[in-house]
Design a protein around this ligand. Structure first.
Ligand SMILES: [Ca+2]
Length: 303
């Protein structure tokens, strides 16, 4: 679909914020605090932050997800160097043991499950996505509670077979799952550095690419549960959204991530009025009263 930016909306926003020019970059509000970051400058993956296997509902094992995928997760496909995390996929025969099976492709994946979760905040990566039929590199969030899927945030999920970047939220229930999604086929994503971010507050979520809002959801189905981070470079099966690789798909290929940073609103102390000492302090996590800073948003979408 084609995204059209309205000059009238830009004028309105400029007037609203009282600035001479429209801010082109989104950023977390100034008082939000950095709560998680990895610049990937080390020689090895920081195991205090990341695991290299998956753990979620419906997976066939920690190294293979389900029939939509054709790739088996290997630690050796998670690579550090030159200040980057590089997640590799390769076409090769893999004999899996967890779950057992023969696979044609390997993949790299990192996850913060059981190591870092958050509810509400601003999360951003700078990354370069690979392109090609069958490739399925993803930046996503899943609920820490494995029994409670959905929700799922697909912050930037690339379908190489469709040349489409998917920004989406799964909600509803396991048996009646609903998706609120947008797919961008206009922007060049393959082998180009971009930043990808999600600003997630109570009942509101905004997706950004290079600081420009690409999708906004304002609804009570925006999740309010602790979620963890996944970065993966997978191969789609014939049933998956990227189709199978073909003879033109380049292997090995790499999903390169320069950094990941997560900010959260500061805790807002709520002082309980009471005659007794001590004063009770409650940490308010909803951040409902904290203004969301949003850059120029697409204001009209023409199919
Ligand atoms: Ca870096």
């Amino acid at each position: 679909m084609r995204i059209i930016r309205s000059p009238f909306a830009a004028i309105g926003l400029t007037a609203l914020v009282g600035m001479a020019s429209l801010p082109l970059k989104a950023a977390p509000p100034a008082d939000w605090q950095l709560v998680f970051a990895d610049e990937f400058d080390a020689a090895e993956l920081d195991a205090t932050k990341w695991s290299t296997t998956m753990a979620f509902v419906g997976t066939h094992g920690p190294r293979y997800h389900n029939e939509y995928y054709a790739s088996y997760t290997l630690d050796e496909d998670v690579m550090l160097g030159d200040g980057l995390l590089r997640l590799r996929t390769d076409r090769r025969d893999v004999k899996g043991d967890n779950p057992a099976g023969d696979f044609t492709y390997s993949q790299g994946l990192v996850s913060t499950h059981d190591k870092f979760t958050f509810t509400y905040g601003y999360i951003e990566i700078r990354a370069k996505y690979p392109g090609g039929k069958g490739l399925w590199p993803c930046f996503w969030l899943m609920p820490q509670n494995l029994a409670a899927w959905p929700p799922e945030f697909d912050i930037a999920e690339y379908y190489g077979g469709q040349r489409k970047m998917h920004h989406g939220l799964a909600h509803g229930t396991m048996t009646d799952t609903l998706w609120d999604s947008t797919g961008d086929t206009e922007t060049e994503f393959e082998n180009v550095w971009h930043t990808y971010a999600l600003q997630w507050t109570k009942d509101r979520a905004v997706w950004f690419v290079d600081g420009i809002a690409r999708k906004t959801i304002a609804a009570e189905y925006v999740p309010a549960v602790p979620m963890y981070v996944l970065l993966s470079n997978s191969i789609s099966s014939r049933r998956g959204p990227s189709s199978e690789p073909d003879e033109n798909t380049v292997f090995p290929n790499y999903f390169a991530i320069d950094y990941i940073r997560i900010w959260q609103p500061p805790p807002v102390p709520v002082v309980a009025k009471t005659d007794a000492e001590p004063v009770a302090v409650v940490v308010k996590l909803e951040a409902a009263d904290i203004p969301v800073v949003v850059a120029a948003e697409p204001t009209a979408v023409q199919p």
